[in-house]
Design a protein around this ligand. Structure first.
Ligand SMILES: O=C(O)[C@H]1O[C@H](OP(=O)(O)OP(=O)(O)OC[C@H]2O[C@@H](n3ccc(=O)[nH]c3=O)[C@H](O)[C@@H]2O)[C@H](O)[C@@H](O)[C@@H]1O
Length: 421
């Protein structure tokens, strides 16, 4: 076991149940934790990779292109890429979505495509949780004509090829990947890359409510202090926001960070409490419910995926162009940060009661003190700014959202069971 196994990558991080068929192996778990810790550092790496222009050798796209588990011939892949990225009309956007096979990435990609934007996905299908679910999401995307290139956002050659093939208007950066080691080994390359910056796209990227850390002022407003992260995960998110500021300031990149508040819903992440609670309650397994040190409830501003998607699209639609080119800032560029929450926190004990009601099963509960490992007691978003500037208006309460989640869960996993038997 690595020392990292004792540190939660994210508040309230679930330690996967080894018996569950979608759990990842121990090796991939360690790797993925490291991956999560450096999420935001990678955002920066991505920005510079996207800006990069150099006549270096370009590895073939071929090895990165796949549909489902099948490799696709190069000529066909180029066709798929162009078709996927082509907007329905000349006024549509052309968006590169990183982490497209992830939970939020899949929903955002589908929504963009549905309204007529061109979308190309990029995902490395890592093993943070079992990639079976990611492959299933990929199938849904393919049905909607969203093609997902299988590759890493650290792969400079691949990105060059994608940017050569498609003139993206925006990057929706939702991938959480490791870039921290690269940055530490080769910090000078950031400066070098920035000097040769070429065409810049507006970037919308995923931050997190965890940046508020030990902030006790409610509601959490974008103006509140975020210098007390409670976990390493939160610290990397915060670092990402600071780095975004620097590159906006120096190079004129248009950057919008979105602080997501505990996103839940169909196709959700298997490591999140609402999903493994659902699974365990159904199996009659005991779930662990945290309580605060004063025996009070731990609460979250659970936010339904469809509302988050609307916030993401609102951010994309109001994003202005970057002002930089050739590594030089031509004028001030847009730099924004928004809370995307439900602004209606619910105690975890209530989450469990709602699930019991929907599933018609009494949960076996073990109430334990909140681990002193980086989890926070509550979150509560002030969403005034997002409402004003993005037209964001969450519309789904937890009960309604959990009903949809359970409906999806039951149908997805009964289908998977049938297939495997
Ligand atoms: O808001 C966010 O930005 C964050 O939301 C979630 O983090 P968290 O809210 O902690 O979500 P869960 O891990 O699903 O926990 C939800 C609640 O259940 C509680 N919990 C978790 C696990 C458990 O076994 N028991 C339990 O009571 C946690 O304390 C928390 O209050 C995501 O996992 C993060 O990636 C994301 O950054």
């Amino acid at each position: 076991m690595s020392h990292l196994d004792n540190i939660p990558s994210t508040p309230g991080k679930y330690k996967p149940d080894k018996a569950f068929r979608f759990n990842s192996s121990a090796a991939s778990s360690s790797l993925s934790k490291l991956t999560l810790y450096s999420t935001l550092f990678l955002s920066v790496l991505l920005i510079f990779l996207l800006l990069l222009y150099s006549p270096s050798s370009k590895p073939s796209l071929r090895r990165h292109l796949s549909t489902g588990s099948h490799r696709t011939p190069l000529s066909l892949s180029h066709k798929l890429i162009r078709k996927s990225a082509r907007p329905r009309s000349t006024t549509g956007n052309t968006v590169l979505v990183t982490g497209a096979a992830g939970f939020v990435g899949t929903h955002v990609s589908l929504a963009l495509k549905r309204r007529g934007d061109g979308v190309l996905g990029l995902d490395n299908f890592n093993h943070y949780y079992d990639p079976t679910l990611k492959r299933a999401r990929q199938k849904i995307l393919e049905k909607a004509w969203v093609f997902v290139v299988e590759g890493d956002i650290n792969d400079k050659g691949l990105l060059e090829q994608l940017f050569d093939a498609v003139l993206f208007t925006h990057v929706m950066h939702l991938a959480a990947q490791a870039g921290v080691r690269y940055a530490m080994q080769n910090p000078g390359s950031y400066v070098h890359m920035s000097k040769s910056a070429n065409l810049q796209r507006a970037i919308i990227w995923a931050s997190s409510s965890s940046v508020y850390g030990l902030n006790s002022k409610v509601l959490f407003s974008e103006k509140d202090r975020t210098d007390q992260p409670a976990s390493l995960y939160a610290a990397t998110k915060k670092a990402g926001e600071e780095i975004a500021h620097t590159y906006n300031h120096i190079y004129g990149l248009s950057l919008t960070g979105l602080r997501f508040f505990t996103v839940y819903g169909p196709w959700g992440r298997l490591d999140m409490a609402y999903l493994f609670f659902t699974k365990d309650i159904m199996k009659g397994k005991t779930i662990t419910v945290y309580e605060s040190p004063d025996k009070g409830s731990v609460a979250r501003d659970f936010t339904y995926i469809d509302d988050i998607v609307k916030g993401c699209l609102g951010a994309l639609d109001t994003a202005k162009k970057s002002t930089g080119s050739g590594g030089k800032k031509r004028g001030p560029a847009q730099l924004r940060i928004f809370n995307l929450g439900n602004t209606s926190p619910v105690p975890v004990s209530t989450l469990v009661s709602i699930l019991e009601k929907i599933l018609k099963v009494k949960a076996k509960k073990k109430v334990v003190p909140l681990p002193r490992n980086g989890d926070v007691e509550f979150t509560h978003a002030n969403i005034t700014l997002a409402m004003m500037e993005l037209g964001y208006k969450p519309a789904t309460d937890l009960e309604e959202g959990l009903k949809k989640l359970v409906r999806w869960y039951l149908s997805f996993y009964s289908r998977s069971k049938k297939k495997s038997s």
